[in-house]
Design a protein. Structure first.
Length: 94
């Protein structure tokens, strides 16, 4: 339930974020790719989460999920911004 609230809240932002990061020229194609990858990772992530819980327990699963979240936040904070992403965007959006 918590995942549904958190994941559902960001779906409207995908279109705007995709345009900001990779440019507006190919926004529909890139947005489709971003949305499809989210659907695939949701299905795979749920299966892997259950395997981690069954193998290592809930404590290790929470530590692993927190570590992945903090690492992802660090990459986004330090490595990517709409202005700096590939010199202002890719695929001719410059």
């Amino acid at each position: 339930m918590i995942s549904g609230f958190g994941g559902g809240a960001i779906f409207p932002l995908f279109a705007a974020m995709t345009a900001d990061y990779v440019g507006e020229n190919y926004n529909a194609t890139n947005y489709g790719l971003v949305y499809s990858s989210n659907a695939i990772s949701g299905r795979v992530g749920a299966g892997l989460g259950s395997v981690v819980v069954a193998t290592w327990g809930y404590g290790a699963a929470f530590v692993l999920a927190g570590s992945i979240g903090l690492g992802s936040g660090g990459v986004c904070r330090c490595g990517f911004s709409p202005q700096a992403a590939c010199g202002g965007g890719w695929r001719g959006s410059g």
